[in-house]
Design a protein around this ligand. Structure first.
Ligand code: 13P
Ligand code: SF4
Length: 308
C-alpha cells in the first residue's frame, strides 16, 4: 500500500471509530505509552493514576482501555456496571505477573505486623490481598499515610527502593521489576548527557537506584509532561518508554525531548492499534470482567488510594 492509500485507510478507520464511539456511548482511555495513532484518538491520555480516576468518575456506558490488562481490570473493578474493553486482549504487564495472590498471603504470614502496599501494576487477585494500592505518581504519599512502621511493597523492587528514600519506615520490597525501565544503566545516562549537555534528565521511578541517582527529576509519565510543559524551551532526556515522546512532542512542542534509550519499548503497550480499537467498538469484545468476590476486596485497596 502506498503512503497516500495508507493515509486514506487511516482516515476512514478513524472516522468509523468516532462514529462507533458515539453510537456505543463509549470513552477511549489511553496510556501515555500507546502508539501515536492510538494516543491521537483517545478522549483521555494519562498515567495510571489519572486513568484510574477517570474510570471511577466517567458516566459513559463503555470504556475502551488502550493499555495493558491490569489497567483495564482496575477500570472494571471501579466501574462494575460499565462494559470495559481491552482491544488487545493479550496485552499484559510482565511485572504484574511476577507476584501471585498466594505469595502475598505468605508474606503476610511471615510479617504479620506489616501493611501491604501493591503497585497498581498487579493482578486483581494481588490487589485483593493488599491493604492499599499505589501508582508511580503517589507511592511516597501512600506509604506515608500508613500507621504501620513496616511495609511490604510489591512487586517493583525499584519503586520500593525509591519510596524508601523518603520514609523512615521499614520497606520490604518484592524482587519484581519492569524490563523496560530496569534495563537503563548509568552508562546510558552519561552517554545521553554527553550528547545533550544542557538537557535535564527526567526518569521514571521504575528505574534502578543508580540511574535515579544521576537524574535531575523522578516522575510518573504524566508528571514528566507537566514538568516539560511548565518549563518550555528547555531540553530533556526522557527516561521512560519511548511512547512518551509522542505525547511530549504533541503537548510541549517548545521542549526538545530525547529518549534516554531507543531500546525502551514495552511490547505489550504496542499491541493496540486502530484496527483493534475499531473491532472492539464494533463487537464490544474483548471485555474485561473481574469476579465480584475478588473485585470487592481489590476495590477497597484502590479506593483507599483514591481517597488520599
Ligand atoms: P505511570 O503510572 O507512570 O504511567 O506508569 C505506568 C507504567 O506501566 C510504567 O511502566
Ligand atoms: Fe509493565 Fe514496564 Fe510495560 Fe509498564 S512499561 S506496562 S511496567 S512492562
Amino acid at each position: 500500500m502506498d503512503r497516500h492509500t495508507a493515509q486514506l485507510e487511516n482516515d476512514r478507520i478513524v472516522q468509523d471509530i468516532l462514529r462507533l464511539k458515539e453510537e456505543r456511548g463509549a470513552t477511549i482511555l489511553a496510556h501515555n505509552y500507546q502508539l501515536p495513532e492510538v494516543q491521537d484518538i483517545a478522549d483521555l491520555l494519562g498515567d495510571s493514576l489519572e486513568l484510574a480516576r477517570a474510570a471511577a468518575s466517567l458516566d459513559s456506558r463503555v470504556i475502551v482501555f488502550c493499555g495493558v490488562n491490569f489497567m483495564a481490570e482496575t477500570a472494571a473493578i471501579l466501574s462494575p456496571d460499565k462494559t470495559v474493553l481491552l482491544p488487545a486482549g493479550d496485552a499484559c504487564c510482565p511485572m504484574a505477573e511476577m507476584i501471585t495472590a498466594e505469595e502475598v498471603r505468605s508474606l503476610r504470614e511471615r510479617f504479620p505486623d506489616a501493611a501491604v502496599v501493591c503497585y497498581v501494576n498487579t493482578t486483581a487477585g494481588v490487589k485483593a490481598e493488599s491493604d492499599i494500592c499505589c501508582t508511580s505518581a503517589n507511592a511516597v504519599e501512600v506509604v506515608r499515610s500508613l500507621d504501620e512502621e513496616q511495609v511490604i511493597f510489591v512487586p517493583d523492587r525499584n519503586l520500593a527502593r525509591y519510596v524508601a528514600r523518603f520514609t523512615d519506615k521499614e520497606i520490604l520490597p518484592w524482587e519484581g521489576y519492569c524490563y523496560v525501565h530496569d534495563q537503563y544503566t548509568p552508562e546510558d545516562v552519561r552517554r545521553a548527557k554527553a550528547l545533550h549537555p544542557d538537557a535535564e534528565v527526567l526518569v521514571h521511578p521504575e528505574c534502578r537506584p543508580e540511574v535515579i541517582d544521576l537524574a535531575d527529576y523522578v516522575y510518573s509519565t504524566s508528571g514528566m509532561t507537566r514538568h516539560a510543559c511548565s518549563n518550555p524551551g528547555k531540553e530533556y532526556i526522557i527516561g521512560t518508554e519511548v511512547g512518551m515522546l509522542h505525547r511530549l512532542y504533541r503537548e510541549c512542542p517548545a521542549a526538545a525531548c530525547h529518549p534516554l534509550s531507543e531500546r525502551a519499548v514495552c511490547y505489550n503497550m504496542k499491541k493496540t492499534d486502530l484496527a483493534k480499537v475499531h473491532a472492539a467498538l464494533a463487537t464490544l469484545k474483548p471485555g474485561v470482567v473481574v469476579p465480584e468476590e475478588v473485585a470487592v476486596r481489590a476495590r477497597a485497596a484502590i479506593e483507599r488510594m483514591l481517597a488520599l
